[in-house]
Write a protein that binds this ligand. Structure first.
Ligand code: HEM
Length: 502
């Protein structure tokens, strides 16, 4: 049980707080149901625990998807005393995030997210700080070529390192998780820090291990409990481990920033950090004191981009190779198309339009893998009446991406790996509205264009060079697609063989 590490000395304190919360909860619930406003329906909550006993915290997104079948596309659940409105199904999620972008566009800063960033950066901020940091990040990353040719060159360079690294295993089974992480984090490092790390560099190992572990811990049941009852934090082993990770990552990022500061030349910016530091310097020189361009916003914006931009790509690639090993006929078709259209030369982004089957496989991988199943929690920025339901300002909202990517009214076979979802009868690639792994609206993934480019170039380069198979003695059927649940959904640890095509 998640309270197992609770010392007994806290029991009196716990009892007192429980009673206080119980009273607060009952009062809160009365206020909610007063008046004639129809609030989103939902399962009846228990005092204090809310609906915690009716959902599976180990697979919250799937549980909420099941509840949507009973309560409809806009419903309420209580995770402990915390009220959450869940949006489910393509139509509802898209309409809320796009047509009511303002109302549903704030970020819910849950206690653990506040612990991460203390109100700074991009991911877990709102208002002017968020606006300015997001705008700055987007324009700076674009200046450094995000989604354009410059980042294409950086990714292609990384593809060569990745292929070399895979070759070293000489077709023997290995877990490719770390290697693909090094490759994806090097792309974001080049943009953030102006350098790539050698795959054997201990600095990148520790940065990545901590990020991966933090993402896993953030999705753990005890951190979900912590978000509902933050006063429990110091008693929870996972929370303590998470805070230690955050502290260490902050210290490491500060070191990297300090090194760049020493050699800063505002006329020759090497990376995101240089551009930020130069902007900060200019503002200080012109006497502007209350700008958002200060050290904390730099530190946490960099940490956000690094965390959001490396593991997501690595997990997606890890899924894509697993799916290729599991479905060898699909893998063969991808390879055949690559051989026919591109041959053995380096693949470029401009080849994508001539590779409809490969493009469909990459999209279908992202759909089925569903790596960020509940997006990142949102919050209503004002009172809103949506699809006949009244939702109060400040309510936590989960846009359930699982219910979009697996929407039975939108996908012909939502639960199977079926690249035809993205192909017409003539085999041409077709876009699908319900393909929303990057979410939508004001908070849509900031790195979408970079992510799409990376996934395409890494995946195709690997498939050009290798055939992926299960380890000897393991059949394709035995390769499991059950996800490992953290804040993201990743494949369970597994090994594959990368057999050279040369
Ligand atoms: C396959 C790769 C990726 C997927 C599936 C993905 C998905 C997402 C999703 C679902 C969100 C939450 C949107 C919401 O709250 O509604 C998000 C936010 C975000 N992503 Fe990504 N992402 C990926 C790659 C990246 C990359 C490469 C970067 C960095 C360059 C990045 C940076 C961010 C940032 C900064 C946010 C927060 C945006 C905000 O709060 O305004 N992501 N991403």
């Amino acid at each position: 049980m998640m309270f197992e590490d609770l010392p007994s000395s806290t029991s009196l304190f716990l009892f007192g707080t429980t009673v206080a919360l119980l009273v607060l909860h009952v009062l809160h619930f009365r206020v909610d149901t007063k008046g004639n406003r129809r609030e989103p329906p939902g399962p009846k909550p228990l005092p204090l625990l809310g609906n915690l006993l009716q959902v599976d915290l180990k697979r919250l997104d799937a549980s909420l998807f099941d509840l949507a079948k009973k309560y409809g596309p806009v419903f309420t659940v209580y995770l402990g005393p915390k009220k959450v409105v869940v949006l489910a199904g393509y139509k509802t999620v898209k309409t809320a995030l796009v047509n009511y972008a303002e109302e549903f566009g704030d970020r819910e800063v849950m206690p653990v997210f506040y612990d991460f960033n203390k109100g700074h950066g991009i991911l877990f901020t709102n208002g002017d700080i968020w606006k300015e940091m997001r705008r700055f990040a987007l324009s700076t990353l674009r200046d450094f070529g995000m989604g354009r040719r410059t980042s294409e060159e950086a990714i292609i360079e990384e593809c060569h390192h990745l292929v070399e690294e895979f070759e070293q295993h000489k077709g023997e089974a290995f877990n490719n998780r770390r290697t693909v992480s090094y490759a994806s984090s090097n792309v974001i490092s080049a943009l953030m820090f102006g350098k790539r790390f050698d795959y054997k560099d201990p600095e990148i190992h520790s940065l990545l291990e901590r990020d991966t572990e933090s993402i896993r811990l953030t999705g753990s049941a005890s951190i979900l409990i912590y978000n509902a009852f933050p006063w429990l934090g110091p008693c929870l082993k996972n929370w303590r481990a998470l805070m230690k990770n955050v502290e260490d990552s902050v210290a490491e990022t500060k070191r990297i920033i300090a090194d760049l500061k020493e050699t800063l030349n505002p006329d020759m910016c090497r990376c995101f950090i240089d551009v930020f530091l130069s902007r900060k310097q200019r503002l200080e020189e012109s006497g502007i004191k209350d700008s958002h361009f200060h050290d904390d916003n730099l530190l946490y914006s960099v940490a956000n981009l690094f965390a959001a931009g490396s593991d997501t790509i690595a997990i997606s690639l890890h899924w894509s190779l697993l799916l290729m090993a599991k479905y060898p006929l699909i893998q063969d078709k991808v390879h055949e198309e690559l051989r026919r259209v591109v041959g053995s030369r380096q693949i470029r982004v401009t080849d994508r339009k001539d590779l409809p089957y490969t493009d469909a496989v990459i999209h279908e991988t992202q759909r089925l893998a569903n790596i960020v199943p509940m997006a990142i929690p949102h919050k209503t920025s004002r009172d809103v009446t949506f699809q006949g339901c009244f939702i109060e300002k400040g309510t936590t909202v989960f846009p359930l991406l699982t219910s979009v990517l697996y929407d039975e009214s939108r996908w012909e076979s939502p639960h199977t790996f079926n690249p035809s979802h993205f192909l017409d009868k003539e085999g041409r690639f077709v876009k699908r509205d319900a393909f929303m792994p990057f979410s939508a609206g004001r908070r849509v993934c900031l790195g979408e264009s970079l992510a799409r480019m990376e996934l395409f170039l890494f995946f195709t380069s690997l498939l050009q060079h290798f055939r992926f198979t299960p380890p000897p003695g393991v059949t394709e059927d035995e390769l499991s697609l059950t996800p490992f649940v953290g804040f993201t959904l990743s494949p369970l640890p597994h090994e594959l063989c990368a057999v050279s095509r040369q």
